[in-house]
Design a binder for this molecule. Structure first.
Ligand code: SF4
Length: 355
């Protein structure tokens, strides 16, 4: 339980909060590592020792000697960091309420129910290999670990799919249908062999014939930040800026990816902007905080959002929340994954690392 409610910090001015964060951070020295996801606000990420995507940051946490890992991101990221770090390291996050709606679209119970239903086709552990995006609950990662499956990121989803299809005839991909579909199509899998699994419908809303034919089952989950983008916006951007390149995240719908010049993970988007020549125009379809930061960093390029789309969950971590965890190191907002979930989830993560 949170023993130190953060309300007292509301009396402080922004400048006082920033000064106390700097002082608390300096007092902790190398004992703490502050990680800032690309989608965090500037007010928070300015205090991060490292910036990156969820997987890069968790890996850096595990490699560090810091005993306190402050993960400025959403809950599944702090869980992944806890799974990868050593027992003497403690992972905390500024606001425990900062969750990810897409990760919450798949639970272990729903996945177990899917496995029971898929038994109508034969032993699911012979037929289907579960692959979960890292943006998922630890319990879902653990299910994948226990059933021979693995975790992927938006950067290595293609490799993960290839690995999975070398081992079993079919892949059960979750929780993001769009990353799964974009990845499968990019791997040359025909649309007729890809089907959606809606967890609230019997057989996921499919007939047995469709399930027999399918090679890829996609969980019906999505990221509301990336599904705000449309082909009409891409068209408008091209009309307004004919010279522009359009780059989007693969959590966007397939038709948006198809209408763009390039699609890739947050790391890919950062590198795309870095590699663009001065004077170029790049229109980006991903979370607005990353785009704003890139625009500030590369002032000799014109960097525009396809449309402003913010992740309200990432936004929940405020500087006052960060101050709270830094002034009460390891005593508040601790994220600890239960051992019976941690071990199989780590196995699924390890399979990804071994790819
Ligand atoms: S941007 Fe989308 S996937 Fe990422 S944390 Fe927000 S809701 Fe979840």
């Amino acid at each position: 339980m949170d023993a130190f409610p953060s309300e007292p910090y509301s009396d402080l001015s922004d400048d006082e909060v920033f000064a106390r964060i700097a002082a608390a951070r300096a007092a902790l020295g190398d004992d703490a590592l502050v990680l800032g996801h690309h989608y965090q606000t500037e007010a928070v990420v300015r205090f991060a020792d490292l910036k990156g995507d969820s997987y890069e940051l968790s890996k850096k946490a595990a490699e560090s000697h810091a005993r306190l890992i402050v993960f400025c991101g959403v809950h599944f990221m702090a869980e992944a960091a806890d799974i990868l770090t050593r027992p003497e390291q403690t992972v905390v996050m500024p606001d425990l309420e900062a969750g990810c709606p897409m990760a919450d679209m798949a639970s272990r119970g729903e996945l177990e129910s899917a496995w029971v239903q898929l038994a109508e086709l034969g032993n699911p552990d012979d037929l289907f290999l579960p692959v979960t995006y890292i943006n998922s609950r630890a319990e879902v990662k653990a299910f994948c670990g226990l059933h021979g499956g693995l975790i992927c990121t938006s950067a290595n989803a293609g490799k993960a799919l290839t690995w999975a299809l070398q081992r079993r005839p079919k892949v059960f991909f979750l929780p993001d249908q769009h990353l799964g579909r974009n990845t499968a199509l990019a791997q040359g899998i025909p649309p007729a062999e890809i089907t959606l699994w809606d967890p609230v419908l019997p057989l996921g809303g499919n007939s047995l014939a469709v399930l027999r034919q399918a090679r890829i089952l996609l969980w019906k989950g999505h990221c509301h930040v990336h599904t705000r983008f449309s082909t009409a916006q891409v068209r408008q951007a091209r009309q307004a800026h004919p010279e522009a390149k359009v780059v989007v995240h693969p959590e966007c719908p397939q038709e948006v990816v198809a209408a763009s010049d390039a699609a890739g993970s947050t790391g890919f988007i950062v590198r795309y902007v870095e590699a663009a020549p001065p004077g170029s125009t790049i229109v980006i379809g991903t979370e607005i905080n990353l785009i704003t930061r890139l625009a500030r960093q590369y002032r000799d390029r014109t960097i525009l959002p396809l449309v402003s789309s913010m992740c309200p969950n990432m936004y929940k971590n405020s500087p006052r929340d960060l101050l709270h965890v830094l002034e009460n190191p390891g005593r508040v907002n601790v994220v600890r994954v239960a051992d019976e979930i941690r071990e199989p989830a780590r196995l699924a993560l390890q399979r990804m690392l071994d790819l």
